[in-house]
Structures are given as C-alpha cells and as structure tokens.
Design a protein around this ligand. Structure first.
Ligand code: PBG
Length: 324
C-alpha cells in the first residue's frame, strides 16, 4: 500500500469530480433514430420498444421541430411501409415519391437546419426482408449495388444530407460516391455502416419496420461477431472509396470495435445503439430491476469513452431533454 497515493481524493466532492472528468456527453453527440410509417395515424406503438412509436409524416414534422429545439444535430429515418408496396426487388426504395423522400422533405420543411440521415438498404422494401436482391438463396452483390446507387440518388434528390449505406455489399461506397458526384451532389455526406455485424440485437427493429419474416439470416453479408481485424479492412476500404464517417453496429456489445476504429482512423466514428439494446434497458427498467434513466445516460457516455464521435440512438430525445 502506498499511503500517499489516494485516488479517492479527487472523487470527494462534486467540483473536483467535474474538474477531473475525462469524457462527457452533450446533445451534439446525438443522432435520433426514428421510425416513420405510411400507415400510422398519427402514431403507432412498437411493442418490443416501449416509448418508440412509428410516426406519420405529420407526427414526424412535430418531432423534427422538437429535435431541433432541443439542439439535436440530426435525425435518422427508418421506414415502415405498407406491406402491399413490398416486392422481391424492393422497388419502392427507388420511388421518388415514396415514404422516405416524403419524410426527408417533411423534415426539411419543418426544421431546415436539422440534419437528415437515411439508411441505404433494401430490407424495409423487400418481401423477404433481406438488404439486397435475392438470387436463389444468395444476395447478388453487384446487382444490389446498382439498386443502392439509385436509392441513394433518390434520397439525395429529396434533400437528404447524409446517406448511410447499411447493407454491407462490397464496393457500394465507391459506386455511390461516384454517382453522387456525377449528379452534382458534391456535398452529400456518406456515413458508411462499415463495421456492421450479423447480430441478434436487431430483433425489435424487424417489428418496428415490419420485416419480421426474414428468410434465412444475413451472415453472408454482415460481419461475423467473432471478428475484429476484418473491420479494420472494411473501414480502410470505405474511407478509400469516399466515406466521410463510419458506423459501428450494434453499439454497446462492440465498444472494443469503436475503440479500435477511433484509434486507427482519422474519421469520425459513430456507434448505433440498436433496437435490442434499447429494448433490454427498457425491459429491465419496466421491471424495476435497473434505474432506466441512469442506465440510458451511462450507456450513452460509454460510447464517448470508447472514442465515438456520436451515437445513433432511440433515446436521443429523452437524453437531450435530460441534458438540456
Ligand atoms: C438494415 C438495418 C437494420 C438496422 C438498421 N438498418 C437491421 C439489419 O441489418 O438486419 C437495425 C437497427 C436497429 O436494430 O435498431 N439495413
């Protein structure tokens, strides 16, 4: 024992704890993930995610205004479309008058200074729930990339600020970047879900966007949860292809990946606190087993400690209210 070294000294008072604090969470770190629906009127609850609702466009406009007033920098939209509009090829993803482009325009009308982030992937639009085009039981990479390019252009045309490919096809970042440049969308940012794992933590999201009946799994395109080195290769490629920012997904179980990427690459690294993480915290809190508000803030801070530039989270509005 070294009696002159007492680590508790700086912990004794609120002022000294604040003075030595190494990391903090601010509203600037939050991207609010919201679910929009063309059938909600005005909102519909998501059973597996208490407190999360599918929003109609009118409800989305209100949410966007509130997010902006709270100082949240950006909103990420996830669509739940009428099942009658789904097909094998996810064609509705390319409709310039579809739910996502309309949601983008709604947000930009309501809160022009709020950033808009859109997922680029086909799963909310396909009958089989996969992120790409199915040929037999394989997802066809290059055919899918062709579609994703179109989808990203539709989003950029509608005013989306950040396109976020979450599909994990090879080569899509470079292809999307080239197409955006070609169409004059020089300022559209790409947030690549570069380190996206084939995870059980996405369960409640399937209910949220209405793609519960997934045929098979996503292991042939999303990463194996066992791997770390491979994500360095994914990110290296995506940066070379033109990504402005990268994402790790899921979040809390993959904090080592957030740390590895933020130590290795000079790009902003974001983490996605996904639906299953949200559901676990809410379920335990509802049972009185944990203090939900406290765990929410602690989990968000953990991303900052791991080196994340920010967090995509369903908690963003609640956390911003608490921070404000
Ligand atoms: C798919 C996509 C998923 C999520 C966002 N985009 C699910 C998946 O990859 O299967 C999950 C989000 C969440 O769980 O909150 N393009």
């Amino acid at each position: 024992m070294y009696p002159n070294t007492r680590l508790r000294r700086t912990r004794q008072a609120d002022w000294s704890r604040r003075l030595v604090r190494e990391n903090s969470l601010s509203v600037n770190d939050l991207i609010w993930s919201v679910v929009v629906s063309d059938t909600a009127d005005p909102v519909e609850p998501v059973a597996a995610m208490p407190g999360v609702e599918r929003l109609s466009l009118a409800a989305l406009a209100k949410a966007a205004k509130e997010a902006h007033a709270l100082g949240i920098p950006a909103i990420a939209i996830f669509p739940h479309i009428d099942p009658a509009k789904k097909d094998d090829a996810g064609s509705e993803a390319l409709n310039p008058d579809g739910l996502v482009p309309n949601a983008i325009r709604t947000i930009k009308d309501a809160a022009p200074d709020l950033g808009v982030v859109c997922d680029v992937a086909l799963d909310p639009f396909t009958t089989h729930g996969h992120d790409g085009i199915l040929q037999g039981d394989r997802i066809a990479n290059d055919e899918t990339v062709e579609r994703l390019i179109e989808q990203a252009l539709v989003q950029a045309d509608a005013g989306c600020d950040v396109v976020a490919p979450s599909d994990m096809m090879d080569g899509r970042i470079g292809a999307i970047r080239e197409a955006l440049e070609g169409e004059g969308h020089h300022d559209t940012m790409i947030l690549s879900y570069a380190a996206k794992y084939a995870s059980g933590f996405y369960g409640p999201y399937r209910e949220a966007i209405g793609s519960a009946a997934l045929k098979g799994d996503k292991q042939t395109y999303q990463m194996d949860p066992s791997n770390r080195d491979e994500c360095l290769r994914e990110v290296e490629l995506d940066i070379a292809e033109g990504a402005d920012m990268v994402m790790v997904k899921p979040g809390l179980p993959y904090l080592d990946i957030v740390r590895a990427l933020s130590d290795t690459f000079p790009v902003p690294v974001y983490a996605f606190q996904v639906s299953g993480e949200y559901a676990m915290i809410e379920a335990a809190a509802a049972n009185g087993w944990i203090d939900g508000e406290r765990v929410m803030m602690e989990s968000l801070l953990a991303f900052k400690r791991a080196g994340a530039a920010g967090v995509v989270t369903y908690f963003a509005r609640r956390a911003a209210r608490k921070l404000g």
